[in-house]
Design a binder for this molecule. Sequence first.
Ligand code: FES
Length: 139
Amino acid sequence: MAGSNPYIKTPEFEKATRPYEITIIYEGEPKTFVVDPKDIPYERSGLPGSILDICEGHDIPLEHTCGGVLACSTCHVIVREGEDSCNEATDDELDQLEEAPGNTSKSRLGCQCVPNGSSRIVVEIPRWNRNAVKETPHE
Ligand code: FES
């Protein structure tokens, strides 16, 4: 699902201009590949070139209940390396992140975090963040 959130200011971000290496750790397994800016956006969920966009383009499951419009926290990721190459989190993103289980100082929302490609980056999808909707019991 693509779209935008009328209640937030669109975050500023710098698009990657050259290919860069990314490692996504999913289920504890690192998957490393090169992101080529000419392929961005991949699937149009989240900001173009965001971690969510990249995951969708490489068949790596990353929850995104709100469709990538900064209205949930299910796309929570932890940037283990290369955080300086990413856009700064906005106050809206930090507010949403407070709802994410296991929030850390390196946490970002995958739909809002856009690497600019100036360095390699390592991103972990927390185990508790997977299938959040399916695994949450109904009350
Ligand atoms: S998918 Fe909902 S905030 Fe990122």
